[in-house]
Design a protein around this ligand. Structure first.
Ligand code: SER
Length: 897
């Protein structure tokens, strides 16, 4: 049975049983506890917790999931996927254990002709939580399972939660017995390879605290309702129903292996190590495409780093299969073809996805080339020194300076027969991380443990946001923190975090900066500098108590800084317009990759299918945007269903929203986006949008910076003034300025060239004059003089050498002095004959140094130094003469002796 068919049957089965079909959420949901969505229940978390009323009592979804904890196991086992699809059915206070067991049993064992999966009921085993007698009874009654195929397990296996405070519950897992040829008898408690888990039914009823019931800690409370959360691994069911050897050989994954076989000329199944590489490629290509599809781009942090690692492991594995050409595009195409029937966004967004992949692969191939060279050197050095371990600092330098991922270093070191000093590497990494953390802490307060906020949320629910319609509102303080700890009161001067039951303050999100403003109480004031949402649904105001004492439960009037908010809203509306302009100009594959909406300015990042945007195209975009301003279009914001928004063609920003109700911001046909931000009422309010620049920020992503409104006007007015001044000074019309300036620059360059030539000639000429003026001191020619004007210190050496050359084969000494202000430099040079006579330039320096307050030294043929008394040059020359007379006499004596 094909994978798509398995998904289809799952959905049909549950829709038939009264479940609302909910599309998969993005892999990146706004949940600070998760890197990627890793279970079907994530998007329903607020309904389990009672934070939001469930819009339906029953739901079913096929959720895309990424789990990268076992990345090193991929390809080596039969069942580790970094990307997989979790099919689930959910009940929010509707049916419970009996319903969940019945639904699952019917689908798993129902005949294939009747729409089921047709698993042999006699090969099904289940596990239940150790004390869950009720579940045992239900499995016997509903499924007729014999006692011996129901096994009890403790919390480690049969209690499920998200690994963090939140919803949880005992669970019951369904296993399929693959047969005695795959392992030992005795059920899942004995062998989880032979008995393969396919479905987990969670009886979601508890709230877990910091410690989980999984490890014997009691839950900290009960959920408002008894719920059901189940997860069936689509790939595992496919692997069983398709009768293949592992999850990588199922119908949607195997074609990538086939492509890799074509590219490499090697055959899957011929060599164990190659097979692991083939499987790594197949798995990672799928997760890579799915992750980029949801808007992540490769980087060195968090999700971006996981993505980078996946993509680089593909390239690396392909190399090890002997393919040195770029491969990601080819694999991505296969993944698109296989996955698009379930995820059409992969087809529509493919240009963007492949652009991101291409850029990352290019960057990595460069890294590989330069890094491999450094790596080879490090290996050579280690081996030469008789070592067997690559030092940690080398591994760190490869990572830090050359972008070489540590896993790559480990792998390549292994291939070279070396280990890596992992401890040393980790120590250096930690030091670096701590530096970065300290840096971040210094920039922004607020690393509060999310559990404190979670508690506020549990007690008071989400913060009502009033800021779309009002900028001032009465509210109550429901959470108060000082130094990340809950407090009952905070006095003047305290840095506080305040949670209100309702607020007009916008919390930083979707690129829009937070509001600032003030909270006024009866006898206290809190200045608000920042608003964040560390836990979905909660808005936390950060600031300083500037008067009085703020207390928990106090009433306040919360007032947003209106001017700043208006400027931010203008920027946000402008960002939507720039987004639309960019897509009109470059095509729909130019997708938003990030943005910043600050007072008066915006930044818009997007993946560009064609690299840099030509200046002419940029200027067209700017014109188009300003035309829309002039049309003074109405900016409308409204809530609607996700389906309706899709039908309207609204642009979806990755990971921005989930659930069925979404907010659309609409400027007629020109721009329509899902957005939770604040905007102006009509485009005319923006006044003006001025694009300042467009540049690459790496990995195929481009950035546009622009100014909005008065900021744009002031910028242009300043530029205008500047141009007028220049035109004035250059006595030129503004439009002639570029030509005029190129002309001037050209003339200046010529003049400088002439000047240089003259200077060289002058120096040359002075060398002749200087040499001609040499005095004979006891058979030694001495040229000692202040350098002619215009010989800079640097040229002094050249001049001295030139003069020395002119003294020919006779013993000679040249000493030149050059002053600039109260500084003096000097050079002493000797001819070869002089040196033969025992005259060394360096040794002559002390004879005159005192006269010029100087120091210096050097070799026999050339010495140089500096001094602080330019007025002493004549005395220095006299002193040198005297020294030569002594030395000269000696030399003469030697010469005649
Ligand atoms: N949440 C459970 C799991 O991830 C069942 O969906 O296994």
């Amino acid at each position: 049975m094909e994978t798509h068919e398995i998904s289809r049957r799952f959905t049909d089965h549950f829709v038939h049983a009264g479940h609302t079909r909910v599309p998969s959420a993005s892999l990146i949901l706004d949940d600070p506890t998760l890197l990627f969505v890793n279970a079907g229940m994530v998007q329903f978390k607020p309904y389990f917790l009672g934070d939001a009323p469930p819009p339906y009592p029953r739901a079913t979804s096929i959720q895309k999931c990424v789990r990268t904890g076992d990345i090193d196991e991929v390809g080596k086992t039969t069942r580790h996927n970094t990307f997989f699809q979790m099919a689930g059915n959910f009940s929010f206070g509707d049916y419970f254990k009996a319903g969940a067991i019945e639904h699952a049993w019917n689908l798993v064992t129902g005949s294939q002709d009747a729409g089921g999966y047709g698993f042999d009921p006699d090969r099904i085993w289940v596990t239940v939580y150790e004390t869950d007698d009720e579940a045992i009874r239900l499995w016997q009654q509903i499924a007729g399972l014999p006692q011996e195929r129901i096994q009890r397990r403790d919390g480690k296996d049969n209690y499920w939660d998200m690994g963090v405070p939140g919803p949880g519950g005992p669970c019951s897992e369904i296993y399929y017995d693959r047969g005695p040829e795959h392992g030992r008898d005795g059920g899942p408690v004995v062998d989880e390879d032979r008995y393969l888990e396919i479905w987990n039914l969670v009886f979601m009823q508890d709230i877990r605290g910091p410690q989980s019931p999984k490890y014997g800690y009691p839950p900290i409370g009960e959920l408002p309702n008894k719920n059901i959360d189940t997860g069936m691994g689509i790939e595992r069911v496919a692997y069983l129903l398709q009768g293949v050897a592992n999850v990588y050989e199922t119908d949607l994954v195997r074609p990538v292996i086939a492509r890799a076989e074509e590219l490499s000329g090697r055959r899957y199944g011929a060599d164990h190590e190659d097979d692991v590489r083939f499987r790594v490629i197949a798995d990672h290509a799928r997760s890579g495409v799915m992750i980029i599809g949801d808007g992540v781009t490769p980087s060195n942090e968090a999700r971006g780093y996981v993505l980078r690692r996946l993509l680089r492991r593909i390239v690396r594995s392909a190399r090890l299969l002997g393919v040195h050409e770029p491969v990601l595009g080819a694999f991505a195409e296969v993944v698109r073809d296989e996955m698009a029937p379930s995820y059409p966004e992969l087809a529509t967004g493919f240009e963007r996805i492949s652009a991101v992949m291409r850029a990352e692969e290019e960057a990595f191939l460069q890294t590989l080339t330069s890094g491999s060279r450094i790596f080879d050197l490090a290996v050579e050095r280690t081996k030469k020194a008789g070592g067997t371990q690559l030092p940690g600092d080398q591994a760190f330098a490869l990572h830090d300076t050359y972008g070489f991922p540590i896993d790559l270093t480990l792998e390549m070191a292994g291939e070279a027969g070396l280990s890596v000093d992992g401890d040393g590497f980790r120590t250096l990494m930690n030091e670096q991380r701590n530096r970065a953390k300290a840096d971040a802490a210094a920039r922004k307060v607020g690393h509060t443990d999310a559990s404190v906020f979670r508690a506020v949320l549990d007690m008071h629910g989400v913060t009502d946001f009033l800021g779309y319609t009002t900028l001032s509102a009465e509210a109550t303080v429901v959470g108060l923190l000082v130094d990340d700890q809950s407090v009952a009161a905070a006095s003047e001067g305290s840095v506080v975090q305040v949670v209100l039951d309702r607020t007009p303050f916008y919390a930083e999100a979707g690129g829009q900066q937070a509001d600032t403003g003030v909270l006024r109480g009866g006898d206290f004031t809190v200045r608000i500098d920042d608003v964040q949402s560390p836990v979905a649904g909660l808005r936390v105001h950060r600031g300083v108590v500037t008067a009085g004492t703020v207390t928990l439960d106090a009433s306040v009037v919360a007032e947003v800084d209106k001017g700043r908010r208006a400027a931010i809203s203008r920027a946000h509306t402008a960002t939507h317009l720039v987004h639309a302009g960019v897509r009109n100009a470059l095509g729909t594959s130019a997708a938003q990759a990030g943005s910043l909406n600050a007072p008066g300015r915006l930044r818009f990042d997007f993946t560009s299918p064609t690299g840099a945007v030509a200046p002419a195209a940029l200027s067209d975009i700017e014109d188009e945007v300003n035309t829309v301003l002039q049309e003074n279009r109405e900016v409308e914001a409204y809530e609607t269903s996700m389906d309706e928004a899709r039908k309207l063609g609204a642009m979806m920003l990755f990971g921005e929203k989930y659930g069925d109700r979404v907010r659309v911001v609409d400027m007629g046909e020109y721009s329509r986006e899902l957005c939770g931000g604040t905007h102006v009422a009509r485009t005319g309010e923006l006044g003006l949008v001025k694009v300042l620049s467009e540049a690459s920020i790496g990995s195929g992503v481009r950035r546009v910076d622009a100014l909005v409104g008065l900021d744009a006007f002031q910028y242009m007015s300043k530029e205008h003034l500047l141009v007028s001044q220049l035109a004035d000074q250059l006595k030129s019309r503004p439009e002639d300025l570029p030509d005029r300036i190129s002309g001037l620059v050209e003339r200046l360059r010529n003049a400088e060239r002439d000047l240089e030539k003259h200077r060289e000639e002058a120096v040359l000429a002075s060398a002749g004059a200087l040499a001609a003026g040499a005095e004979d001191i006891d058979g030694v020619l001495l040229v000692a003089a202040a350098a002619p004007d215009g010989v800079p210190g640097n040229d002094l050496r050249a001049l001295a050498s030139d003069v020395r050359g002119r003294l020919g084969t006779r013993p000679g000494v040249v000493a030149l002095f050059s002053s600039a202000g109260d500084k003096l430099s000097f050079v002493v040079a000797t001819t070869e004959a002089a040196r033969r006579d025992g005259l060394a330039a360096g040794k002559l320096v002390p004879s005159f140094a005192a006269a010029i307050g100087g120091r210096g030294g050097g070799k026999a043929e050339l010495a140089q130094g500096g001094g602080t008394n330019p007025a002493g040059v004549p005395q220095a020359v006299t002193a040198l003469r005297a020294a030569l007379r002594d030395g000269g006499a000696a030399a003469g004596a030697r010469a005649s002796g």
